[in-house]
Design a binder for this molecule. Sequence first.
Ligand code: FPP
Ligand code: MG
Length: 297
Amino acid sequence: MSWIREYTLNWFQLLALKIIRTGHVPKHVAFIMDGNRRYANKQNVAKIEGHVRGFDKLAETLSWCRDLGITEVTVYAFSIENYNRTKEEVDGLMELARRKFMRLLEEKDKLVEQGVCIRVIGNLSLLPEDMRKLFAEAMIITKNNNKATLNLAFAYTSRDEITHAIKDIAGGIKHTDILPEDITEDLISHCLYTYKSLNPDLLIRTSGEVRFSDFLLWQISNTCVYFTDVLWPEFSVWNLFSAIFYYQRCYSDLQKVAKVQNSKPIVHNDRVSMYINKLHHERQIMIENMYLSTVQS
Ligand code: FPP
Ligand code: MG
């Protein structure tokens, strides 16, 4: 199935969508898409089929988000912890991602037309080379698209992300690009894999599990969190609407917190600004090198 599909809502769903759009719609929504295997079990199909249906649900959810005016979505597609699953399941998930990214590259024109930018966030060094190349290619060819962003967390955990940020900062100090007193929360945020994004406004986790599973721990300190019992492949547009209604009820409290936090403007000294630019440039070059090796091979 394609990443970009048109799903038509019925008149009642469209009415609910219009009502929701009169209120504050979150700009950035993150999803922990949990419950694929329980769904497979319930349907008496193979585990991997649960993940395939999970992907189809992602494509459908992206179209609902677009209709709602949500401009950024971040999804937990593969945790580093998932490497502890059976080889058969890990291989199955990798193969699914491979197939879907090949499809995505074939649909390049559709992505450009809809202005969708794809970013893979995670520890790419933990992935097979061919997947790194596919991910790099998808990121490069969509990098100038600016209507919507999909961040796909793959080979990701928050602790790994924060560990890498600390290593980058330690390297910056070692090479005297920055000084220990330059370390601030803002500098750390700029060193995370998510440095190009604002923090999510809303996090949705399906399947009744009430925990974060090492997902965006740094980024969700003031995010509205919505847990629902529905298994991810059964997630419906009504479940999404309920989550947005919940967000809208929390909105005024969230605004108060944001006001306090944004009251102090962040000013970087030149040293820190130069270091951040250098780091981001190096990361971009790394992705471009992965992509160039695809073109040359
Ligand atoms: C959690 O359900 C889901 C995953 C570990 C994988 C999520 C992946 C997808 C939805 C497919 C996305 C693919 C691409 C290429 C973007 P679970 O396996 O933990 O199920 P359970 O909680 O019922 O055991
Ligand atoms: Mg699970």
